[in-house]
Design a protein around this ligand. Structure first.
Ligand SMILES: Nc1ncnc2c1ncn2[C@@H]1O[C@H](COP(=O)(O)OP(=O)(O)OP(=O)(O)O)[C@@H](O)[C@H]1O
Ligand SMILES: O=P(O)(O)OC[C@H]1O[C@](O)(CO)[C@@H](O)[C@@H]1O
Ligand SMILES: [Mg+2]
Length: 319
């Protein structure tokens, strides 16, 4: 292998730049040419492909976002569009591709692998919903951002005897909500795995108010599940807390990556290039018990994930 490409796809995640930097440095140290692809699969199909030099990896480790740009490009599910991507790589002699993104981006990489492009996936999404890996790049920073925000909300909640419903991202996966609920000391968690039962929320709030004499209550709720403003109004009407709702939104996607995400990005970016140097196909990079591994992508994506259940038990023991 002489020439490889690299792209970031799907929602950006803090630490993607660390992975790109590690891939550039590893490639150039091993006399591989490395090409950056702008804006994910969209830029690949459009041929927005340019050589990366050592200097391109400078000053990016500490920055959030992705300097290559990213996109959501649903058309990439179409075979004819994927063929265009393969052609863009072939005509430049790019034999291997590092795909940095979430579960959707992995499906794009799998399609390219089937068409003979050697690909390796690096899991990067704040949702931490990629199977086969304990962590995805970006999850730690998003969690940190949520904790910082909720600390501030807790101060004002206690002063005013309020219940704050804090809506967090995670798409269809409740991990960001669960991990936040534990690390922010939330009283109540609402996510897809548990479901939303209004009656139960009201009953739990009554316990925190009447028996535990709490001056505040924090509810962490996953996005796309309920109308948090409506719930806040109901809490004001039916409990002694006054209800307030806030959606943290895209704040959770930005910011300088935590040391954990910088480390994960550095280790995974280096490993991905080493995998391509061995001409291995169908791989994704994972972290398992703090060890970085290159695994078969189909096997990794079919793995059962029991981390949620363990963490949920911890949450229940803490409230
Ligand atoms: N089934 C698929 N086949 C081919 N390409 C796909 C497929 N699913 C997704 N993609 C490509 O991957 C891109 C990113 O996917 P998606 O929007 O699901 O984000 P993601 O990679 O899961 O990251 P995140 O969830 O953090 O936003 C899509 O916009 C599309 O270009
Ligand atoms: O930035 P967009 O396209 O609005 O997507 C938001 C989604 O992306 C994520 O931030 C990452 O997948 C999800 O948590 C969220 O549902
Ligand atoms: Mg996803």
């Amino acid at each position: 292998m002489r020439r490889i490409g690299i792209l970031t796809s799907g929602g950006d995640a803090p630490g993607m730049n660390a992975a790109i930097r590690a891939a550039i440095r590893t490639a150039l140290k091993n006399d591989l040419e490395i090409y950056g692809i702008e804006d994910g699969y969209l830029g690949l199909v459009q041929g927005k492909i340019f050589p990366l030099r050592y200097k391109d990896a400078s000053e990016i480790l500490t920055k959030g976002g992705t300097f290559l740009g990213s996109s959501r490009y649903p058309e990439f599910k179409e075979d004819a569009i994927q063929e265009k991507a393969v052609e863009q790589l072939r005509k430049r002699g790019i034999e291997g591709l590092v795909v940095i993104g979430g579960d959707g981006s992995y499906r794009g990489a799998q399609a390219l692998m089937k068409k003979g492009v050697l690909c390796v996936g690096i899991p990067a999404t704040i949702d931490n919903d990629v199977k086969g890996t304990d962590k995805t790049i970006g999850f730690s920073t998003a969690l940190n951002t949520i904790c910082e925000s909720v600390n501030k909300l807790r101060d004002t909640s206690s002063s005013h005897h309020r219940c704050f419903i804090v809506e967090v991202m995670g798409n269809k996966c409740g991990k960001l909500a669960l991990w936040s609920a534990i690390t922010c000391g939330a009283e109540i968690l609402i996510n897809r795995e548990i479901g939303f039962n209004e009656h139960q929320v009201m009953a739990e709030l009554a316990v925190h108010d009447q028996f535990r004499k709490k001056r505040h209550a924090l509810i962490i709720a996953s996005e796309k599940l309920l109308d948090i403003e409506a719930l806040a109004k109901k809490i004001s009407l039916e409990t002694s807390f006054s209800g307030r709702a806030i959606s943290l939104g895209h704040i959770q996607r930005g910011g300088s990556p935590t040391p954990e995400d910088r480390l994960l990005g550095s280790m995974m970016g280096r490993e991905a290039v080493e995998v391509l140097m061995k001409n291995e196909n169908n791989k994704c990079i994972c972290v398992k018990n703090d060890q970085i591994l290159a695994r078969d992508i189909d096997e990794a994506l079919n793995e059962k994930d029991d981390s949620y259940a363990q963490m949920y038990a911890l949450f229940r023991d803490m409230v």
